[in-house]
Design a protein around this ligand. Structure first.
Ligand SMILES: Nc1ncnc2c1ncn2[C@@H]1O[C@H](COP(=O)(O)OP(=O)(O)O)[C@@H](O)[C@H]1O
Ligand code: SF4
Ligand SMILES: [Mg+2]
Length: 454
């Protein structure tokens, strides 16, 4: 039996009166192989929303591991979204089949970081760059393909194109190869280009030229870019607007100039402060990102995911049992051996403590002595975990330390951009939690914007 005829009603028609791309609460989780519990997954992208207007350069910025590449690949359906919407010209890409996706694919292109990964070394430049034309049936003959490739090579500055067509990618320099990758990405005349760290693999000396080329091509070919980068200088140079990602979540989104001149999220600020400066400190002194690695995306920190590294973290930011153990361990690397031995005797082995999000229970005979010790040293622990403790209960055979409720900060409008941070207003907490009595807006006011001195 033959397949039913496709009617035009079955294939959605693009609607150009909308944002070119609207991403709504997008999640991409990778199941953890061999995990005992079914809901164990790497939450690489965990609820991201943004819109991209035609013709703009939108940046996705964050440290390595923040989920940028996974998000980029999900946007063009190279990786299936776990949930959420991905609306391109009015069509939700997450609901397309391979067949209905096919005509849209030529409009969505990716420039990958590593030229060696996207160029087949065994194909000539004509065949490699022209390959997408064949896949999409855009060149009927080999000559037509070679002509199209030559036009594109000229456009990306590989001139005269005839001298490149029959060579192999490995005969070219790093900068030239990346131009080839760009030519390959643009050969189908896409509308939206996702560029994943397009210059990170290149020498500093050629980066600016490749970025300038990308901006020229954007103007000539009416492109829209989503630029993925960990490099703030690249983001500042290229992007009209951007979203700052941390552990799969957007923490601040808005116009680049606003974010750079006056960041409102502590993580944005930390990233900016970590930019090495050629001249003597823009802000007077050299800075580094706050202590700590990016935590595990399988079990992200409770509450605000940035809280273990945040210099501004306070009572409701998500302190949990694990943070107390880490802070005590960090203290022990800092104090003298005699004092450490005394404290270790009082506390017993930290590995014997029961550690949960909501509490830590230390089994020890002298619970009252332990409580007194914790109250004494708590405020001077290397993190502000002590502020997150809601109750300390001494019992006859141990001490239980309880932590406050930990709401995730939600995105809010703050001075013309979106920010997810409790400094800008705390979501209502559960009844019975005394945290709500505080004046959080006063705390937010205490924080000086970056351009008003530091
Ligand atoms: N295919 C995969 N399977 C499992 N985990 C993955 C996979 N790809 C990426 N990850 C994990 O997802 C998180 C985000 O990775 P990635 O998107 O590459 O971040 P970025 O590009 O910002 O460095 C990391 O914890 C990474 O280890
Ligand atoms: S909510 Fe804001 S202040 Fe609290 S840890 Fe997160 S970024 Fe820092
Ligand atoms: Mg990446």
């Amino acid at each position: 039996m033959s397949a039913p005829m496709e009617t035009s009603a079955q294939v959605e028609q693009p609607d150009d009166n909308q944002a070119l791309l609207a991403v709504k609460n997008l999640k991409t989780h990778f199941p953890v192989r061999g995990a005992l519990s079914q809901d164990s997954a790497v939450k690489a992208v965990d609820g991201v929303s943004f819109e991209v207007a035609p013709g703009e350069v939108f940046g996705l910025v964050g440290e390595s591991g923040s989920g940028k590449s996974t998000l980029g690949r999900t946007l063009v359906n190279l990786i299936g979204a776990t949930s959420g919407e991905l609306v391109y010209r009015g069509i939700d890409l997450t609901r397309q089949t391979e067949r209905t996706m096919q005509p849209l694919r030529r409009e969505l292109s990716v420039i990958f970081q590593d030229p060696n990964a996207s160029l087949n070394p065994a194909m000539t430049i004509a065949d490699g760059v022209g390959h997408p034309l064949r896949i999409h049936g855009l060149a009927k003959t080999r000559d037509e393909m070679r002509r199209e490739v030559a036009v594109m090579l000229e456009r990306v500055g590989l001139s005269p194109p005839e001298s490149f067509l029959d060579r192999y990618p490995d005969e070219l320099s790093g900068g030239q190869k990346q131009r080839l990758v760009i030519a390959r990405a643009l050969i189908t005349r896409p509308r939206l280009v996702i560029a994943d760290e397009p210059v990170a693999a290149l020498d500093m000396s050629v980066r600016a030229r490749v970025l300038e080329l990308m901006l020229e091509l954007k103007a000539e070919l009416n492109l829209t870019y989503i630029l993925i980068t960990h490099d703030l200088a690249t983001a500042r140079f290229m992007c009209d607007r951007m979203g700052i990602l941390y552990l799969g979540k957007a923490v601040e989104q808005g116009e680049s100039k606003q974010l750079f001149d006056n960041p409102k999220h502590p993580y944005t600020r930390a990233l900016l402060d970590a930019i090495p400066l050629p001249e003597a400190g823009r802000r007077g002194r050299e800075k580094t990102l706050p202590r700590g690695e990016i935590p595990d995306a399988v079990r992200p920190p409770a509450g605000c995911r940035f809280h273990p590294r945040c210099a501004r973290a306070f009572e409701v930011c998500g302190w949990e049992g694990h943070d107390l153990i880490e802070a005590i361990e960090a203290r022990w690397t800092d104090i003298d051996a005699e004092l450490r031995n005394d404290e270790q005797r009082l506390l017993g082995r930290l590995t014997n403590a029961q550690v949960q999000r909501e509490y830590v229970r230390f089994a020890c005979p002298d619970a009252e002595g332990l409580e007194q010790w914790l109250r004494d040293i708590g405020p001077s622990l290397p993190s502000r975990v002590f502020t997150g403790i809601s109750e300390i209960r001494a019992e006859k055979d141990g001490l239980t330390v309880l932590f406050r409720a930990a709401p995730e900060p939600s995105m809010q409008d703050v001075s013309g951009r979106h920010v997810a941070c409790h400094l800008h207003g705390v979501r209502a907490l559960d009844d019975g939690d005394h945290v709500g009595e505080q004046d959080w807006t006063a705390l937010a006011r205490e924080w000086p914007p970056v351009n008003e001195g530091d």
